[in-house]
Design a protein around this ligand. Sequence first.
Ligand code: FES
Ligand code: FES
Length: 155
Amino acid sequence: MKRIITLNVNGDDYEVAVKPNDTLLDVIRYELKLTGTKKGCDIGTCGVCTVIMDGEAVLSCLILALDAQGHKITTIEGISTEEELHPVQKAFIEKGAIQCGFCTPGIVMTAKALLDNNPTPSDEEIREALAGTFCRCTGHIKIIEAIKSLIPEQR
Ligand code: FES
Ligand code: FES
């Protein structure tokens, strides 16, 4: 049986009808039609479904929509405007850290959460943050370069 819940996504409240086992990922993609967040493994191993919840990167395929109530959720659509990409997105483009783009929203959100919480991460901290993400085209080298280009001392 479905229940009506309110989810706060990208600063807006949405009322949605969800089943007890609906994941946040499925509600974001199929109810809210925010398809920038990708669906890959659906079991918490690839990172493409990463969104930011209350400032932390989380795997939306592992969170029940019911449990996301009362939290502030940000998806890839919420970090840029029609006119301007987010600095992390710009850095990924500048450093060639994108090929097919399927992993990109999840990794950009992972990188954003990392830099928001720790603007000067060490190489190890960057690798640790990326540990739950996969990029089958580019690998992590260009992605790490892109993240490092956003660290003030290394510009
Ligand atoms: S779809 Fe969530 S980790 Fe792969
Ligand atoms: S750019 Fe294709 S999987 Fe990362």
